[in-house]
Design a protein around this ligand. Structure first.
Ligand code: D41
Length: 675
């Protein structure tokens, strides 16, 4: 009996580790649940066998009324900040000076934007979990910490010979993955609950729930970055301590890097900065630490900040500013989109003057009024957005805003349809709508008509030269020649690029039509499936829904669009104008390429492709990109600083592709141009 209980616990610990730490499950959820059910049954039949580190004990504790306090035996220090190359150089020079020599190894690791914790193990069993608090005293959040699935309840060394110290305090950061945060917020929105502003707030708030069941329902994870108290000898180098934590089953960064020179450190900082938007977790900088813990001790700390570590902080992507007004833009589908007009503010080297407010629900959620001071974020290439209102800054002069019920452009009624978030102008020929449609039609991702930019699209619509897309191919050139700035040469060039766009493949044409929910990717899926416009026009709802990646909402939107007589007429006119109505034949990758039908995992950083580009190209080649390595994985494509996924691939004998291999295959499959 005890033997079976032990066996079940070992299996569950292992599967849990594979799932939550390695991201590489080897059993199905159903199998896992079944083993858990068996263990619960045995434990309820024999309560004397229950131990605090049993996998059944992650949740179970009753809600408490307050957290106890915990004193950190070794204070949890905070980090000084540096913001650029020169400050890193200065910091390094100080370490060199204090050490008396320059032969010093530094380690860089990502600075995860979460909430710091200390987790204490005694004889390998999780005894106490605490928040950092002020660094000296924190809160006892043990029952909450135990619900976090990638934190071991019991340490079981994964490497032979790894010795578990009698007392081991692991320090780390509790965070949420972006994808899981988005899911959580979506669910909260659907349930009418308030949304979290960002993953960090969500993680910190979830960690401090008095009812551990609430914490258990949140997708929290830990990332271990160091050791506090420990019995016995630990490796002398920080990098080796991190490796030890990994061998003991803790989630650690895969990408710690040893550096000597300032240039090497800077290269790492820049590389993380570039990778930042492609990661599924938020990082706000890079932590730089002296590798040798003996030297760390020698250097010591001043005012609770170690002299042996610092944080390179990324340029701020959030700033505060004032909302001077709210404007309504009318989109391609006639949706009324509120846009905040901001007092100009510089964020990450770009002056931001406008930020999207999405729709009226968002305005209500944020509670924004005109005149409010707000936090604005500009991350990567995405449109700046408003994160929150600073209510303390209100002086009573702020004006509430409500969405108009008529279209600000054509005056037609603007209604909000059942189940939609946006108010829409009911006038299908609303000039604002046509303008946006034409702008989209000629844009780079759609028909890509060179020299025909947004400005021209707007001008031609406003002059009445274009009423629908087909007019683009039937322009009154005599009238255009009379417009200022349209000389012979410009007209000739424009004629030529319009004529060239005739030959764009079906996927681009589908995208260009501006069907709701259809962007480049979905357009490609449709084009690959149907190959010709004629076949697409005959598609049934069921057939559309059967296409991989096309859900019922998208299928419905496409079907409705294609059933609308005006749209069918428009497509017929485009065909008469000589537009191509089928897909590229070189694009047959998805059925007969080397990558078609394969499952590929990406890990590490690629030199020549971003992660999203690599994913996009792979999907175009018909491959499926997944996040975890299992026996079903066909290839693991490994970039610089690969982590556990590459190791896992080796263990499972999955074929490994270098970046060059991957590029060669993408070229062979015709989704990447030969260079
Ligand atoms: O990823 C992090 N957020 C992180 C935080 C990290 N990778 N390393 C850290 N190292 C330290 C020292 C050097 C003081 C042990 C930290 C933090 N501290 C830290 N987290 C919150 C306050 C300080």
């Amino acid at each position: 009996m005890t033997a079976r209980v032990d066996e079940l616990r070992d299996l569950l610990h292992r599967y849990n580790y594979e799932y939550y730490v390695l991201d590489a499950p080897t059993v199905s959820d159903a199998e896992y649940d079944e083993l858990m059910r068996q263990l619960r049954q045995l434990e309820s039949d024999h309560p004397e066998l229950v131990t605090p580190d049993s996998p059944t004990q992650r949740v179970g504790a009753e809600p408490s009324t307050a957290f106890g306090t915990v004193r950190h035996e070794i204070p949890m220090l905070s980090l000084s900040n540096v913001y650029n190359y020169d400050e890193i150089a200065e910091w390094v020079a100080r370490v060199h000076r204090l050490a008396g020599h320059e032969d010093i190894e530094f380690v860089t690791e990502p600075k995860i934007d979460g909430s710091a914790v200390s987790i204490l193990y005694r004889d390998g069993v999780l005894e106490r979990g605490a928040t950092r608090g002020d660094g000296v005293t924190g809160e006892d959040v043990t029952t909450n910490i135990k619900t976090i699935r990638n934190i071991p309840l019991r340490i079981s060394p994964l490497k032979k010979g790894a010795v578990i110290p009698g007392v081991l305090e692991v320090r780390g950061e509790i965070y949420m993955r972006r994808s899981e945060f988005d899911d959580l917020n979506r669910r909260r929105g659907e349930a009418g609950e308030t949304l979290f502003a960002n993953p960090r707030n969500a993680a910190a708030g979830s960690l401090r729930q008095l009812d551990p069941k609430l914490t258990a329902a949140r997708p929290l994870r830990m990332y271990a970055y160091g050791v506090g108290q420990a019995d016995g000898d630990l490796p002398a180098m920080h990098a080796d301590q991190v490796a030890l934590l990994r061998d003991l089953g803790f989630p650690v960064t895969d990408n710690a890097q040893v550096c000597i020179t300032v240039d090497e450190l800077w290269e790492q900082c820049e590389s993380w900065l570039n990778a930042r938007n492609d990661l599924d977790y938020e990082i706000d900088g890079v932590v730089i630490k002296v590798n040798d813990t003996n030297l760390q001790n020698e250097l010591g700390s001043v005012s609770r900040e170690p002299r042996w570590a610092t944080a390179y902080k990324f340029p701020a992507i959030q700033k505060t500013t004032v909302i001077e007004g709210i404007e309504i833009n009318v989109g391609r589908t006639g949706s009324l989109n509120p846009v905040a007009i901001l007092a100009p503010v510089e964020i990450g080297g770009v002056t931001v003057r406008r930020a999207t407010l999405h729709n009226e629900d968002e305005i209500e959620r944020l509670g924004v009024r005109i005149g409010d001071t707000v936090v604005v974020e500009r991350a990567g290439d995405v449109i700046p957005k408003i994160i929150s209102v600073i209510e303390e800054n209100r002086d009573g002069s702020e004006q509430p805003f409500s969405m108009p019920d008529t279209c600000p452009v054509c005056g037609a009624q603007a209604v909000r349809l059942e189940g939609e978030v946006a108010r829409e102008c009911v006038n299908v020929s609303c000039p604002a709508r046509v303008r946006e449609q034409v702008r989209h039609f000629v844009s780079r991702g759609a028909m890509d008509i060179e020299g025909f930019g947004s400005k021209l699209a707007v001008l031609f619509v406003d002059l009445g030269l274009i009423q629908d897309f087909a007019d683009i191919y039937d322009l009154d050139w005599n009238r255009i020649a009379e417009i200022e700035g349209f000389g012979d040469k410009r007209i000739e060039n424009l004629k030529q690029s319009i004529a060239q766009s005739n030959q764009q493949p079906l996927s681009r044409l589908i995208n260009a039509l501006g069907i709701r929910h259809i962007g480049e990717r979905n357009a490609r899926s449709l084009a690959h499936h149907f190959r010709t416009m004629d076949r697409l026009l005959e598609a049934t709802r069921e057939e559309l829904e059967g296409i991989p990646g096309i859900g019922s909402v998208v299928a419905e939107a496409v079907y409705d669009f294609l059933q609308e007589p005006r749209n069918r007429e428009l497509i017929a006119r485009l065909e008469k104008m000589g537009l191509r109505m089928d897909e590229d034949s070189v694009d047959t990758g998805p059925t007969d390429g080397k990558l078609s039908g394969k499952t590929v995992v990406l890990t590490g950083r690629m030199e020549s492709l971003t992660r999203s580009e690599a994913q996009e190209l792979l999907e175009r080649a018909g491959a499926q990109v997944t996040s975890s390595v299992s026996r079903k994985t066909d290839f693991v494509a490994v970039g610089a600083d690969p982590g556990s996924k590459a190791e896992r691939a080796r263990e499972l004998d999955v074929s490994i592709l270098t970046e060059d291999d991957l590029i060669a295959m993408l070229r062979d499959d015709g989704v990447l141009n030969p260079e």
